[in-house]
Design a protein around this ligand. Structure first.
Ligand code: PLP
Length: 363
């Protein structure tokens, strides 16, 4: 079977097999990773190795801290304004879809947000261009969503901006559905965050990468567990971290380094997978994807059928041949194929063959 779920998503088979081998007895220690104290030398070694492997994969500079947290990307929607607005200013946001909107709503709840640019005018089919971005004079940071998981809309550039007060403006990025899909330059960002359940590992873990200079800007009224500074000082262990998810993420990082050969290699594969599927969609009169070619996501590819009365048959027949979770998000309908790192190229080939056959028979 091939799993095209948008999240929690497919995991590399090699990772699941290794986890299975180690499930009951981790490296002869006589217990499962799930049963270890997070403060034990065994678990601390697992945690440190995972962080180092992630740092290696993304070439994270030394002046950034990497946090392994709970609460999902959704909790970061609140933690970001709490942590970055202690010195005042207005948070600025780019609105590109459903996930950006949820992040904006949380900032508004905490005191207000300025929408510096929006894709609503083009019906969420293209991201704002740099010239469209209109920062507020007191901008404290600029937040954007690198890849809108539901819309299938991705930034083709990093919206780096000068701060209206001088200097660089911290760029905050929700990378939940694109992190580790290819190389990035971490030094472009003030904060990167991602829920793990797409390219990192199982649900229940959230990764935050934050520049040290931003650690002292928290609001005094924020809950202790929200503080990036306190979390960084405690090695993400103020309380019990999601130990098993952290361990599995570590296995995924090892797989990316050793089996795939790093993020440049991963990106080449991801581009090939996505290019094929978009070519199949564009080459047919039956399937459509509305996104501007420059902003088409490599990870989430929504498409609609010319006759949406055939949606259920498409899904049923796809499932019968082992192609799972192709139903589009309930807010947009149609189909969506998520092609995260763990989805093999063979899965995409099989999907395209199925789509071609379905169109021939039913289109
Ligand atoms: N941001 C993006 C881009 C997402 O795709 C998702 C989940 O799919 C979220 C945020 C919310 O993540 P979580 O469920 O980890 O809170």
């Amino acid at each position: 079977h091939y799993n095209f779920c948008a999240g929690p998503a497919a995991l590399p088979e090699a990772v699941l097999e290794r986890a299975q081998d180690e499930l009951l007895d981790y490296q002869g220690r006589g217990l499962s990773v799930m049963e270890m104290s997070h403060r034990s030398p065994e678990f601390v070694a697992i945690a440190e190795r995972a962080e180092q492997d992630l740092r290696d994969l993304l070439s994270v500079p030394d002046d950034y801290r990497v946090l392994f947290l709970q609460g999902g990307a959704t909790m970061q929607f609140a933690m970001v304004p709490y942590n970055l607005l202690g010195q005042g200013g207005t948070p600025n946001y780019l609105h590109t879809g459903i996930w950006a909107k949820k992040a904006i709503a949380e900032a508004e709840h905490l005191g207000g947000a300025h929408i510096a640019a929006s894709s609503e005018a083009n019906r969420l089919t293209a991201v704002p261009r740099p010239d469209d971005i209109d920062l507020s004079d007191d901008a404290a940071y600029l937040h954007y969503t690198a890849n809108e998981t539901i819309g299938g809309l991705a930034f083709d550039y990093v919206p780096k901006m000068a701060s209206p007060q001088g200097g660089g403006l911290p760029i905050v990025c929700d990378m939940s559905s694109s992190i580790l899909s290819g190389p990035i330059d971490v030094s472009d960002y003030g904060v990167i965050y991602a829920g793990a359940q797409k390219n990192i590992g199982p649900a229940g873990l959230t990764v935050v990468i934050v520049h040290e200079d931003l650690l002292g800007r928290g609001r005094s009224d924020m809950p202790g567990l929200f503080s990036y500074r306190a979390l960084a000082e405690a090695g993400s262990m103020i309380n019990t971290p999601p130990t098993y998810a952290w361990y599995l993420a570590g296995l995924v990082f090892q797989w990316l380094k050793e089996d795939v050969g790093g993020l440049a290699a991963m990106e080449t594969i991801n581009r090939r997978k996505a290019d094929k599927l978009y070519a199949a969609i564009d080459g047919s009169d039956f399937y459509t994807n509305p996104i501007a070619p420059l902003n088409r996501s490599l990870m989430n590819i929504p498409f609609v059928l010319a006759d949406d009365g055939l949606n259920q048959s498409f899904l049923d027949e796809a499932e019968a041949v082992g192609l799972l979770n192709l139903k589009g998000h309930r807010s947009v309908g149609g189909m969506r194929a998520s092609l995260y790192n763990a989805v093999p190229e063979k899965a995409v080939d099989t999907l395209i063959d199925f789509m071609t056959d379905f169109e021939r028979r039913r289109g």
